[in-house]
Design a protein. Structure first.
Length: 373
């Protein structure tokens, strides 16, 4: 086996390992043996990733499984719908399963969230395995057990906490990912540095180019450090009663931008997060929580790597402030009509700031020159 890193997500009887390294898919039979030997396995992927990797995975694990089946859904966020969820459940039930059947989610965050929720629901809970193929999925969505689909009323509103048995993050799979999707995932990596590890942010300032060009020791370190940080936060607060909210740095802004953009592919999640991170530091500086120098440093990095760094640079950057506020008020962290933001005392130290009145955010946007209210 190639060299790999291993992290344990410590959740008592639901603990599981994350393996990170190059060409792990080739050795999937060895990594997954404990969970799939003599079992029926159903690999679920999307129409882009399936043709690239389902064959190799099937060939590798078939000798040790009792049966391997493959299913695919259309690539894209639209597959996180109740229609696709129902169809997938029916297809799996038609194959014929029992409680020992194990599902493998082979894909990006869409597949991980959808298949995780299918696994949580079928027969009141099947085991599942995450093989994340996008950078965003490797550093974020495959870790932590949040699964679900979108509702008409909003994103991720139907779902369950359901932890995988194991996560296999093969960094070679990122070679087929588009540059734009890579950069979108990179925004979440920056988020980890900003929220809790100033040294990691400094490392990213020096090494971002090697990370994005997939120099293996650099991308492996960036994925590992990100997973370690998410793991630590999730282990301390699995169901987001308190500190898990720190992972939402930049996201109150980002979710509003995504809602305005209508999730139509013009704006990727990480692009919205980039802009959100810049604004979270601007708001922190405006509230005298952190220095303007820190906010400038965040903007400088975002701009250097090519991520949007503020609202105006987004394709959705024309919406009225009142519309943005309306979307922000749908945030799960709204208490008694007031907004909660994840802000920062400095680079590497985020904090939860509740009780922010919408007028303060309106004034903040108007100060930034966004005055079409
Ligand atoms: N559960 C969580 O904690 C969590 C956290 C963050 C985001 N999410 C969810 O994750 C989703 C976004 O994830 P995403 O950005 O991975 O989107 P995605 O799954 O749609 O993948 C992005 C695109 O890249 C393609 N792709 C993925 N891997 C590839 C590869 N190796 N080679 C070629 N193409 C590849 C996909 O087919 C898709 O077209 C959103 O639905 C979001 O809500 C969940
Ligand atoms: Zn995110």
């Amino acid at each position: 086996m190639n060299n790999f890193e291993k992290i344990i997500v410590g959740l008592e009887q639901r603990s599981y390992p994350i393996f990170i390294g190059p060409e792990l898919l080739k050795d999937a039979d060895q990594f997954l043996a404990e969970f799939i030997t003599d079992k029926q396995v159903i690999i679920i992927s999307d129409s882009t990733i399936g043709p690239l990797y389902q064959g190799e995975l099937t060939r590798t694990i078939s000798p040790i499984c009792s049966k391997v089946e493959n299913l695919r859904v259309a690539a894209g966020e639209a597959s996180k719908s109740s229609t696709v969820f129902n169809t997938l459940c029916e297809e799996i039930l038609n194959i014929g399963i029992d409680r020992k059947t194990i599902l493998i989610a082979l894909g990006g965050g869409v597949i991980g969230d959808l298949v995780g929720f299918v696994a949580a629901s079928l027969l009141r809970g099947l085991d599942f395995i995450q093989i994340p193929t996008s950078l965003l999925a490797q550093v974020d969505s495959s870790v932590g057990g949040k699964t679900g689909i979108n509702a008409k009323a909003g994103k991720n509103l139907i779902g369950a906490f359901h932890q995988p048995k194991i996560v296999l993050a093969d960094t070679h799979l990122l070679k087929s990912l588009s540059k734009r999707e890579m950069l979108s995932g990179y925004a979440e990596i920056v988020k980890y540095g900003l929220l809790g590890d100033a040294d990691f942010f400094l490392w990213l300032e020096d090494n971002w180019s090697d990370v994005l060009s997939l120099q293996q020791d650099k991308i492996i370190y960036a994925v590992k450090r990100s997973c370690e940080m998410k793991t630590q936060i999730v282990a301390a607060d699995e169901t987001e009663q308190s500190t898990r909210a720190l992972l939402n740095l930049g996201h109150t802004f980002a979710h509003a931008f995504e809602a305005v953009a209508n999730y139509n592919g013009d704006l990727l999640h990480g692009e919205a997060v980039g802009a959100g991170l810049g604004l979270a530091f601007d708001l922190s500086a405006a509230k005298h929580l952190c220095s303007y120098a820190d906010a400038e440093r965040v903007h400088a990095h975002l701009s250097k790597v090519g991520l949007p760094e503020d609202y105006a640079s987004l394709p959705a950057g024309k919406a009225a402030v009142s519309i943005l506020i309306k979307h922000m008020k749908k945030d799960k962290k709204v208490i008694a009509g007031n907004l909660t933001f994840i802000l920062a005392h400095k680079i590497g130290e985020a904090c939860i700031v509740p009780n922010i009145h919408e007028d303060e955010i309106t004034a903040f946007f108007i100060n930034k020159g966004v005055n079409h209210v």
